[in-house]
Ligand binder design. Structure first.
Ligand code: ATM
Length: 206
């Protein structure tokens, strides 16, 4: 059986990542291609739900950075084992809003690349995306968008320059393991969608 395609979307909060993720799912659907839409933290197990509470709710539970990094890796392993890999293996396409590079970037503020790799080794060895799309929007622009659109800040909204650097650093190290395409996010929404579509389309339609 031919495997499904697995594509991850990454970017800073406010980069336009989720908007573009939805736009590409719609474009694929318009071409008769259906995909399973996933996100991390997941909403498939109690750890994923706990993580959403931690990052979105300033009054939510608090954990040490080490425990937090490990919770992201536990959620990822459960999610990929139960809700992603079996589907990809059975020929379904899966698109995911954030995967392991988000840990290299966000937890990369506190831990080295190697430490985060070790936390996530099992997931990385089980399944890496066929393609990772990075929406590279200027961190100041991301902050401006977050401040104008969202009522509540998320836990890591403050440190855009460092997080972007950690994304780029981990892409450089992992470039032989997964294909990564960087798309400039400081462009009109439809231009960004077209650029992503150019990278995504060949995986489905030739
Ligand atoms: P979204 O807003 O894209 O759903 O992501 C939720 C938060 O989780 C986001 N934080 N902010 N600000 C990034 C954070 N996150 C990590 O810190 N590590 C991870 O591995 C993942 C998947 C997300």
């Amino acid at each position: 059986m031919k495997k499904g395609v697995f594509i991850a979307f990454e970017g800073l909060d406010g980069s336009g990542k989720t908007t573009q993720f939805n736009a590409i799912i719609n474009k694929l659907a318009a071409n008769g291609i259906s995909c399973k839409a996933e996100k991390q933290p997941s909403n498939c197990n109690p750890i994923g739900l706990l993580l959403r509470d931690i990052v979105q709710n300033a009054d939510g539970p608090t954990f040490s950075p080490r425990s937090l990094a490990q919770l992201f890796s536990i959620d990822r392993y459960e999610h990929v084992t139960n809700n992603i890999k079996p589907y990809v293996d059975a020929g379904e396409h899966v698109l995911i809003d954030r995967y392991v590079f988000s840990s290299f970037a966000y937890q990369g503020q506190m831990f080295t690349f190697d430490e985060i790799y070790d936390f996530n080794r099992e997931s990385i060895e089980l399944l890496m995306p066929d393609l990772t799309i990075f929406i590279d929007t200027d961190p100041d622009e991301c902050t401006r968008r977050i401040n104008s659109n969202r009522a509540n800040q998320e836990m890591f909204d403050d440190n855009g320059d460092v997080i972007r650097f950690k994304f780029l650093y981990s892409f450089a190290i992992m470039k032989d393991i997964t294909k990564i395409v960087k798309i400039k996010g400081n462009q009109p929404e439809d231009v960004v969608t077209e650029s992503i579509w150019k990278a995504v389309k060949p995986l489905f339609l030739s």
